[in-house]
Design a protein around this ligand. Structure first.
Ligand code: 13P
Length: 256
């Protein structure tokens, strides 16, 4: 059974046209192992030039572009929002959905996240569904309950069979941007829980869903994390803004 690995760059509200250029130039000679995709997710204003440059450089087809968010609505009076169709028009293939920063700062609920995943799938975009517990939730042993409560509304809305086209990113909130990475054992244990939770609904699908780890991944810790049985790559924040470091992380990923 082949499960692909993915390394996704979440630039968040960082980066500029210079980074777009240096990233594309850097990726011209990135060495990827078998069955690995790389997804670059810049802020919306840079999507178009990133797509154009990736095409112009004729990069490896494993290099894809993703958005950091998407509207759950098809179209209409939603000022500032971006639809799935608009992203598809730009040849965007992935969309990060339900990042903890959107859940906490913009009050996105798991129900809204489920609507967004549904909209993305209907448009042929691959959702990178983010889930993760806070430090207090981990400390009070609520991690599994929280993850289940974030996953179940999505399963209920789209159906477990559609998860074959979903990527899940486990990002413990306390590890994001803090330099505090989950240990590889802790990350593996949690990824295993996520896969088992999906397997209760459909074992076949669960075995194929790429589960990414996110939270202070860097060039030094990526190899050990990616070696874990249920870790299929990473969602990278800070380290994805540094092209050489990001390339090392991409090269460490391997399909399972
Ligand atoms: P850092 O890699 O900066 O901790 O960010 C992780 C993240 O939130 C990626 O989505």
């Amino acid at each position: 059974m082949a499960r692909r690995a993915i390394v996704a760059a979440n630039w968040k509200m960082n980066g500029d046209l210079t980074l777009v250029n240096t990233m594309v130039t850097g990726l011209t000679n990135v060495e990827l192992q078998d069955n690995v995709s790389v997804v670059i997710c810049p802020s919306t204003p840079y999507l178009s030039s990133l797509v154009t440059k990736v095409k112009a450089e004729q990069l490896n087809t494993a290099i894809c572009i993703g958005a950091q968010n998407v509207s759950e609505h098809e179209s209409g009076a939603y000022t500032g929002e971006i639809s799935t169709k608009m992203l598809r028009d730009l040849s965007v293939e992935f969309a990060i959905i339900g990042h903890s920063e959107r859940r906490s700062y913009y009050k996105e609920t798991s129900t809204q996240v489920a609507h967004k995943v549904n909209a993305a799938l209907n448009a042929g975009l691959t959702p990178i569904l983010c889930i993760g517990e806070s430090e207090a939730e981990r400390a009070t042993e609520q991690t599994e309950t929280v993850l289940a409560s974030q996953l179940q509304p999505v399963i209920d809305e789209v159906g477990i069979e559609k998860f074959i086209d979903v990527v899940i990113a486990y990002e413990p909130v306390w590890a994001i941007g803090t330099g505090k990475t989950a240990s590889s054992e802790m990350a593996q244990e949690t990824h295993q829980f996520i896969r088992q939770f999906l397997a209760q609904a459909n074992e076949n699908v669960a075995a194929k869903v790429p589960l990414l780890y996110g939270g202070s991944v860097n060039a030094s810790n990526c190899e050990e994390l990616f070696a874990q049985a249920d870790i299929d790559g990473g969602l990278i924040g800070g380290a994805s803004l540094q092209v050489e470091q990001f390339k090392i992380i991409c090269s460490a990923a391997k399909g399972k």
